[in-house]
Design a protein around this ligand. Structure first.
Ligand code: ATP
Length: 238
């Protein structure tokens, strides 16, 4: 479905991605883990068409992905950015409607709002509240809801559990699993390595702009180096 082949991206002279190759198949949850600065966000913004690769190629259902965010969004790819980037001075309802800006207003939008409320009932209670006054967890739910309003085929999540208390982080990650069950393919960058690997069909470990390791979620979770570096578990501890 999505193929990233040997992609390198530079910020000025800094190489943020170094010949990165990943793929995402329809219906999968694919997780990318790695330390700060590993290049996870850069990779997601490159898929969205915000960063232009210096070399390599990105393909989506056989078609070459352009470095043009509107064009990418129109092809059914949406992103839930890190730190949410909501419109604080707009209400929950208005933020959700912005997520559907590529569509014409019709009844299906109301149905999509109901889908978002089934996933996050609290948003229905907060419909007329300004986004800036929501709690961090509610804001993350709204950011996910807004992306879903575009009816994406592939949803990219950048650090969806960042800054959330553990119970809320689990709720948000469970919601991602439900989004997948309802048919949307999910690619997520996460610092919460354990949960991200546990829920992933496949996973990639990134380090200094490169893919250091890949495999099924279970394989990567069982890897001794991953356990030591990301989960703080040394061999013999268990
Ligand atoms: P984090 O979890 O901290 O966001 P990350 O894995 O998502 O980390 P990136 O944000 O993609 O990593 O950063 C990759 C590298 O590119 C880092 O060295 C970072 O400092 C650099 N970088 C990111 N954005 C820019 C920018 N706009 N200009 C210059 N350098 C950047």
């Amino acid at each position: 479905m999505l193929t990233v082949d040997n992609v390198s991206v530079f910020y000025g002279r800094v190489r943020a991605l170094d010949r990165v190759s990943i793929s995402v198949n329809q219906g999968e949850i694919v997780s990318i883990i790695g330390p700060n600065g590993a290049g996870k966000s850069t990779l997601l913004w490159t898929v969205m068409g915000v960063n232009r690769p210096a070399s390599g190629s990105l393909r989506w259902r056989g078609e070459r992905l352009r470095s043009a965010p509107d064009w990418v969004a129109a092809r059914g790819i949406s992103m839930v950015p890190e730190r949410r980037r909501l419109f604080d001075n707009l209400t929950v309802r208005e933020n959700l409607l912005i997520g559907a800006y590529l569509r014409k207003w019709d009844l299906s939008m109301r149905q999509d709002m109901e889908t978002v409320f089934r996933l996050f009932p609290i948003l229905k209670e907060r419909l007329d509240q300004y986004a800036g006054t929501l709690s961090g967890g509610e804001q993350q739910m709204l950011a996910i809801g807004r992306a879903m309003m575009g009816r994406p085929t592939l949803l990219l999540f950048d650090e969806p559990s960042l800054g959330l208390a553990p119970a809320l982080a689990s709720e948000v990650l469970r919601a991602i699993q439900r989004i997948r069950e309802e048919g949307t393919t999910c690619l997520l960058a996460e610092q919460n390595a354990f949960k991200a690997l546990e829920m992933a069909d496949r996973a990639y470990v990134m380090n200094t702009g490169r893919v250091a390791l890949q495999g099924s979620g279970k394989e990567v979770l069982a890897n001794p180096e991953v356990r030591a570096a990301y989960l703080g578990i040394k061999a013999g501890d268990e």
